[in-house]
Design a protein. Structure first.
Length: 492
C-alpha cells in the first residue's frame, strides 16, 4: 500500500512537471522578442489597440455596451493594474509570455486528457505548436485570441467528464471565459460543443448531450450580448480590424492558406487518421469556412479572412504531431536504413522548426528571413517589431519627448494608427492627439482644422522611408525635427 502511494505520488509529480515544462517553454519562447525590444512594446494590437483601450477604459470614456462588445476579459486585468500604477506597456509585455505559455500548456493538456495521447506525444505536439511560425504570429499580438484558445482547449480537454455529470461548473466557466476573451474563439468553442452534443444525441446519449448544452448556455448568452453590443455601437462586427492594405479576395485567402501551412502539410496529412480527428477536423472546417466566407465580396469582412486562417494553426499542428507519432510507430517495425531515417525525422522536424522560430524572433524587420516577407499585412516580418520597426522606436520616443517640451496650447499631433498608441504612452496625459486611423495625414488635418487647432504636427518616417504604403508625406508638411529614420513635421 505504501509502495502504491509513493508510486502514485511519483507519477503525479512527473505529470505536473511535464505540464510545467511546456508552460515554461511557451513563456520563454514568447519572452525572447520582449527581451530584444527592451522597454518597448511588441506586437501591432499591443500598442495600437490594447494600450489605448486601457487608457480609454480607465478614464471612464467607454460605455458599458462598448466594453462588452470588445470582448472585455483582458481589459478586466489591464485596467485595474493601470489604476494601481502599472504602465499598460509593461502589463502587456508580461501578459504576452504568460498567455503564450498558457496556450502551449492548454494544447498539451488537450492532447493528453481530451485526445488520450501519451505523455511523449502530447509534449511533442505542444513543442511543434510552440515553434510553428503561425502559432508564433498569433502569440505576437493576438492576446485576446490566445486567452480564448487556451480556455477553449481546456474546456474541450474535460468534455468527457460530462458523461458522468462531473465538472459541469468548471467547464461552463471555461467556455464562458473563452467567449469573453475573443469573438473568434467564441464561435469555435460554441460550434464544437454543439457538434459534439448533436453527435451524442444521434447516438442516444441524451444525458451527455443535455450536459453539453447546459455548459454552453452562459457562453451562448454572452456571445449574443457581445454581438448585440458591438452592432449597436458600431453597426459592424470586428470594426477595429486593421485593413489588409490590398484588396483581399478568395484567391488571396486560398494562397495565404497554402503559404501558412504548406511547410507542415505532409506531416499533417499523414496524421489525419488520429484520435481527435472529429474535433480537429470540425475545427478546420470552421476556420476554412470562416476564411472563405469572409473573403467573399460584398460582405465587408475581408480583413477577417486572414484571422480565420491563423486560427487553423491548432488543428494543423495537432495533425502534424500525430503524423510524427505515426511515422515513429511505422518505422519501429522495420529495419535498416528505413528505420534509422524514420526515427530521425522527428528530430529533423523539431530542429527545422527551432531554427525558423529563432530566425523569426531574432532577425530585425529590415533583414528578415525571406519566407516571412510574403504577407506583411497579415504576418509581421519579425516578431521583434510592433507597429514600427524596433530600430525606429528610440527615434519615435525622442521626437515625442521633444514635442512634449515644445508643444504649445494650440498645438495638436495628428497620428496614424501605427503611431497613436506611442503618442498616448509617451506624451503627457491629456495631450491633444487626433487619430486618423489608416487614412492619409490630410484626413487628420481636416479634423484638426475643424476643431480650431492653430498648429498641426505629424510624426512619420523621413521621405522615401515610410511604411503602410505612405512612403512620403504631403508637400504641405515641413520637417522641423529629424531623428534617425523618423521626422516630426509641421503643417503649413
Amino acid at each position: 500500500m505504501v509502495v502504491s502511494m509513493f508510486a502514485d505520488l511519483r507519477n503525479g509529480i512527473a505529470r505536473h512537471l511535464a505540464l510545467l515544462f511546456v508552460f515554461i517553454l511557451g513563456a520563454v519562447i514568447r519572452a525572447v522578442p520582449e527581451a530584444i525590444a527592451g522597454g518597448y512594446p511588441v506586437g501591432w494590437d499591443t500598442i495600437a489597440f490594447y494600450v489605448p483601450s486601457t487608457f480609454y477604459w480607465a478614464a471612464g470614456k467607454a460605455g458599458l455596451a462598448a466594453m462588452i462588445g470588445e470582448a472585455p476579459l483582458i481589459y478586466l486585468l489591464s485596467v485595474p493594474l493601470y489604476w494601481v500604477g502599472v504602465d499598460p506597456v509593461w502589463t502587456f509585455k508580461l501578459m504576452g509570455p504568460l498567455l503564450y505559455g498558457l496556450i502551449i500548456f492548454s494544447i498539451s493538456v488537450f492532447l493528453k486528457n481530451g485526445l488520450s495521447w501519451n505523455k511523449r506525444a502530447s509534449i511533442t505536439g505542444a513543442i511543434v505548436a510552440s515553434l510553428y511560425f503561425i502559432t508564433l504570429r498569433v502569440g505576437w499580438d493576438l492576446y485576446r485570441t490566445m486567452a480564448g484558445l487556451s480556455f477553449a482547449l481546456l474546456a474541450l480537454s474535460f468534455l468527457g467528464e460530462l458523461r458522468e455529470g462531473k465538472k459541469r461548473l468548471p467547464i461552463m466557466l471555461l467556455v464562458f471565459l473563452s467567449v469573453t476573451s475573443d469573438q473568434f474563439t467564441a464561435v469555435i468553442i460554441i460550434l464544437l460543443i454543439a457538434a459534439v452534443a448533436m453527435r451524442e444525441l444521434a447516438h442516444g446519449n441524451q444525458t451527455f448531450s443535455g450536459n453539453l448544452a447546459k455548459v454552453s448556455i452562459p457562453g451562448i448568452a454572452m456571445l449574443g450580448l457581445m454581438t448585440y453590443a458591438e452592432l449597436s455601437i458600431s453597426g459592424s462586427l470586428f470594426l477595429g480590424q486593421p485593413p489588409l492594405g490590398t484588396p483581399w479576395n478568395l484567391m488571396d485567402t486560398l494562397t495565404f492558406l497554402a503559404y501558412a501551412y504548406l511547410p507542415i502539410l505532409p506531416l499533417a496529412a499523414f496524421g489525419l487518421r488520429s484520435r481527435g480527428r472529429f474535433l480537429m477536423g470540425l475545427w478546420s472546417i470552421i476556420c476554412v469556412g470562416g476564411a472563405v466566407v469572409s473573403s467573399l465580396p460584398g460582405l465587408g469582412l475581408q480583413p477577417l479572412s486572414y484571422r480565420w486562417v491563423l486560427l487553423l494553426t491548432v488543428p494543423v499542428c495537432v495533425f502534424a504531431a500525430s503524423g510524427l507519432s505515426r511515422l515513429l510507430s511505422v518505422t519501429e517495425i522495420v529495419a535498416g536504413w528505413v528505420r534509422t531515417l524514420g526515427m530521425n525525422v522527428p528530430r529533423v522536424v523539431i530542429a527545422i522548426l527551432l531554427m525558423s522560430a529563432i530566425a523569426y524572433m531574432v532577425l530585425p524587420s529590415a533583414h528578415p528571413f525571406p519566407y516571412f516577407t510574403a504577407y506583411p499585412a497579415a504576418i509581421p516580418t519579425s516578431l521583434s517589431q510592433s507597429t514600427i520597426p524596433l530600430s525606429d522606436a528610440n527615434s519615435v520616443v525622442s521626437l515625442l519627448s521633444w514635442l512634449k517640451t515644445n508643444m504649445s496650447a494650440g498645438s495638436v499631433l495628428i497620428s496614424h494608427q501605427a503611431i497613436y498608441g506611442w503618442a498616448l504612452e509617451y506624451l503627457p496625459k491629456g495631450s491633444a492627439v487626433i487619430n486618423y486611423g489608416y487614412a492619409t495625414p490630410m484626413a487628420g488635418v481636416t479634423t484638426a482644422e475643424s476643431r480650431g487647432y492653430s498648429s498641426i504636427m505629424l510624426i512619420w518616417w523621413v521621405d522615401g522611408s515610410g511604411w503602410f504604403g505612405q512612403s512620403t508625406v504631403p508637400s504641405s508638411f515641413v520637417s522641423v525635427q529629424t531623428n534617425g529614420e523618423m521626422a516630426l513635421y509641421m503643417y503649413l
